[in-house]
Design a protein around this ligand. Sequence first.
Ligand SMILES: O=P(O)(O)OC[C@H]1O[C@H](OP(=O)(O)OP(=O)(O)O)[C@H](O)[C@@H]1O
Ligand SMILES: O=c1cc[nH]c(=O)[nH]1
Ligand SMILES: [Mg+2]
Length: 210
Amino acid sequence: MLDHLTVVKHPLVQHKLTIMRDKETSTAGFRQLLREISLLLAYEVTRELDMTEKTIETPMQTMQAPTLDGKKLALISILRAGNGLLDGILELIPSARVGFVGLYRDEETLEPVEYYFKVPEDLGDRLVIAVDPMLATGNSSVAAIDKLKEAGAKNIRFLCLLAAPEGVKRMEEAHPDVPIVTAAVDEKLNEHGYIVPGLGDAGDRMFGTK
Ligand SMILES: O=P(O)(O)OC[C@H]1O[C@H](OP(=O)(O)OP(=O)(O)O)[C@H](O)[C@@H]1O
Ligand SMILES: O=c1cc[nH]c(=O)[nH]1
Ligand SMILES: [Mg+2]
């Protein structure tokens, strides 16, 4: 089992995150860095996968070699910012199945509003990795994981870039069975529900919408 919370302290992750936080970093730079960092975070969130062995012929001899066991895993992007993590991880795990949960946060209530849901049918048979760069109040990720469980998912991990302590606590209470992997846990949320020091609105910075 992964720990309930894993903070990835790898120097490359921390260096790239610092550039992403910088408000002078361009949209193109932010998007590229998110892609790069997602590969490193994917390495951590895919620890402890079930393995088996198969017989192969190397050019030298026959051997029993390790290989991943079970069905292909399912990556679930929490739209829209989740797509920034998804693209990089798909380079590493090209055969993964992919689903989408469309949610946006009402700016007044901070409650998630759902607008789309499409996931692979047999989620219950797969390891499910839900991705969203930001875990702030936790309202969006808790709602997305509620929906994934309703759709049958049993073995879920959550990958984000940046978390607030409030969001980590909320996830621990609502979904204690879901390990979280993140690059950093920041100080707190501000009065508008934004992570501080944070990096601003991940979706807007990634897509240049503000
Ligand atoms: O933990 P929470 O308080 O729920 O906040 C986190 C959510 O907010 C952002 O999405 P946003 O609503 O801005 O939508 P977007 O991805 O379309 O920009 C972010 O990508 C998370 O989904
Ligand atoms: O700081 C925050 C909080 C929620 N969503 C974001 O994109 N950033
Ligand atoms: Mg946004």
